[in-house]
Design a protein around this ligand. Structure first.
Ligand code: BDR
Ligand code: CA
Length: 313
């Protein structure tokens, strides 16, 4: 099978960074056409910087990196420095990037790529708030049926929320954007907290990254160590969920995942539930399914894949 051709839309973030590395280390399965940074975990100037830091760490300075939207569609930006640190990539000491940020706006890159490539050959892998995708779909509705698939990390059903009691961070930051994407009719695969909370690091799994003995392995170990402290304190879990790499791994090894094709709608109004992903897991609503909502993960297989691929860089 030829590699899946993807645009990564992302707000790095340590787990986004590991996801980008996993994609760049997997050329047999994934061709990264470009990376678009969006405001999310930290403001846009930092996510655009961090995406380039990661490409250079991977030895791939030729990958085009674009800056997308600097704020959500209808509300002020909410960030997550309490999880990711001041830079978004705290935990590893890496040099400032030399590679340029592309001059073109990230949304224009998404629109232009989907128009230029044969219909149904480009997928979007979204690791942050969905602002860029919703903006592109609103501005250029002709691209919507040309998208092969959207694989996105976001939402939760059984785990409910992480940034509020009801909402997961990526959806909460821009619920209006998520609403546009979930109503778009594009085939959606959702990687929610229900699944990513099974992708927990542990001392042994972090040590395996460190034992690779490479700068990339050490950076991944440093990031996951940093990121872990938050989830250890919050959930009492022994490690941190590697949320975003799960979305990339889904494209590489779909057999590690399972879920259900169900209806998912975004709550945009609730006083307490804004940003909630209402997944009709039990199929009681009568609403038509619009998303493959993943729940189960072979965590051993996932970490084996991740460690092997990180070791290639
Ligand atoms: C999501 O929010 C961010 O903090 C992570 O990078 C991930 O994309 C998890 O809720
Ligand atoms: Ca992210």
């Amino acid at each position: 099978m030829p590699p899946r051709r993807i645009i990564i839309d992302t707000d790095p973030g340590q787990d986004d960074a590991v996801a980008i590395l996993l994609a760049l280390a997997s050329p047999e399965e994934i061709e990264v056409l470009g990376i678009v940074a969006v405001a999310g975990n930290v403001p846009l100037p930092l996510t655009a910087r961090n995406a380039r830091v990661v490409c250079e760490l991977a030895g791939r300075p030729e990958v085009p990196v674009f800056a997308g939207c600097d704020r959500p569609l209808a509300q002020p930006l909410v960030t997550a420095e309490h999880v990711h640190g001041k830079t978004g990539l705290d935990g590893a000491d890496l040099p400032e990037p030399h590679m340029p940020l592309q001059a073109r706006h990230g949304v224009d890159f998404i629109i232009g790529t989907l128009r230029a490539e044969p219909s149904g050959t480009v997928s979007l892998c979204c690791l942050g708030p969905l602002t860029d995708i919703a903006t592109a779909f609103t501005r250029a509705p002709d691209i919507v049926p040309r998208v092969q698939e959207i694989v996105l990390m976001g939402g939760a059903y059984f785990e409910v929320g992480n940034i509020t009691p009801a909402a997961e961070f990526n959806i909460y930051v821009d619920p209006e954007a998520a609403d546009i994407v979930f109503r778009s009719g594009v085939p959606l695969t959702v990687v929610p907290l229900d699944l990513t909370h099974r992708a927990l690091t542990s001392a042994a799994r972090v040590q395996a990254f460190r034992d690779l003995g490479t700068p990339v392995g050490r950076a991944v170990a440093g990031w996951t160590d940093f990121f872990e402290r938050f989830d250890r304190e919050k959930y009492g879990s022994q490690g941190a969920p590697l949320h975003d790499p799960c979305a990339i791994a889904r494209l590489i090894a779909p057999g590690l995942f399972s879920g259900r094709f169900v209806n998912v709608v975004i709550e945009t109004r609730g006083d307490y539930t804004r940003g909630m992903t209402v997944a009709d897991w039990w199929r009681v609503s009568g609403r038509a399914p619009n998303a493959t909502f993943l729940r189960e993960l072979d965590a051993e297989g996932f970490f084996a894949l991740l460690t092997e691929r990180i070791g290639r860089l």
